[in-house]
Design a protein around this ligand. Structure first.
Ligand code: CA
Ligand code: ZN
Length: 301
């Protein structure tokens, strides 16, 4: 299996990027990822002024997937996320939902033992996830710093991007150009205080290609749902985008009138908050698989 080392990183998702490795569709590949601080936070006495803010949110990659062409879908199965045994979480003035109440930065270094993060003696079962994962954006969409989510993926900070899930990205450049980083050992929906349990990790993915199928926003398939992951300047905008796509997916895959698909969405689709702390906010619209399997949605594109 090819390994992409964690010193090969990008800070911007762009339509044109130099790739560091090439793989074939169907191949498994391992990415070594850095935490969002590039491992600069090592103790609770850390002075935040010492941090180099120019190297935050590194994404390992990108890799070139043979035969991927604009207009295809990149399918990314998350096989494994192996997190390091120690991570960090912190609060910073003016960051997070309640940032106005934070008077000084506080760092917490959190150990992970036997699948649990230990915080103030409380054992939290970890559920590792990938915070930043994406492909080359469409040329018309411009460049996206790795700290922002958008149609190419990026900093979606969505806890369903975890082992067992499958992502689908729109391909906008030859080779798709996949990069990722910013794993969290555990995070609640919303990412309330502006960090998850930030950890370096080793991520194993299986990357496949679905030819000539286009989507606007990324999808994540879990055991029970197909979720549209959409972002916007505020939650309302993100909710509109995610709902709009979910209704379209129902309409096309079930051959329904738009109005009936809209009603069906109201009866069955769950809107979930992914994160409210990044430069754009992210939500997901979860379509139950018992209504329509992910494969049928993809085939109807
Ligand atoms: Ca993040
Ligand atoms: Zn993070």
């Amino acid at each position: 299996m090819k390994v992409i080392p964690n010193n090969k990183v990008i800070y911007k998702f762009k339509n044109q990027m130099n790739y560091v490795e090439t793989i074939l569709p169907g191949e498994k590949v391992k990415f070594e990822t850095n935490d969002c601080w590039f491992q600069q936070i090592t103790s609770e006495e850390q002075v935040m002024e010492e941090i180099n803010y120019d190297i935050l949110n590194p994404a390992t990659g990108p890799i070139y997937v043979e035969n991927a062409e604009p207009g295809d879908l990149l399918q990314v199965k998350i096989i494994d996320i192996n997190v390091k045994s120690r991570g960090s979480a912190l609060v910073v003035p003016n960051e997070g939902v309640l940032g106005d109440q934070v008077t000084k930065p506080i760092v917490r270094i959190i150990d992970i033992e036997d699948g649990h993060a230990i915080f103030h003696g409380i054992k939290l079962p970890i559920e590792p996830m990938i915070g930043v994962i994406g492909v080359a954006p469409a040329k018309a969409d411009g460049e996206w710093a790795t700290d922002s989510p958008w149609k190419h993926g990026g900093n979606m900070d969505t806890k369903d991007i975890k082992v067992g899930s499958t992502l689908y990205f729109p391909v906008h450049q030859k080779g798709a150009l996949l990069a990722l980083g910013d794993c969290h050992a555990i995070m609640g929906d919303g990412e309330i205080c502006f960090t998850g349990l930030e950890v370096p990790a080793e991520v194993i993915l299986e990357v496949n290609l679905i030819k000539n199928k286009a989507i606007i926003w990324p999808l994540v398939e879990t055991k029970e749902y197909t979720m549209v992951i959409a972002s916007g300047n505020n939650l309302e905008r993100a909710v509109y985008e995610a709902t709009n796509q979910a209704v379209d997916h129902l309409k096309n895959s079930l051959n329904m009138d738009w109005e009936d698909a809209y009603i069906l969405a109201s009866l069955s689709v769950d809107l979930k908050i992914s994160q409210v702390v990044d430069p754009k906010m992210t939500v997901r619209a979860a379509i139950p698989k018992y209504i329509v399997p992910t494969e049928t949605i993809i085939n109807s594109l």
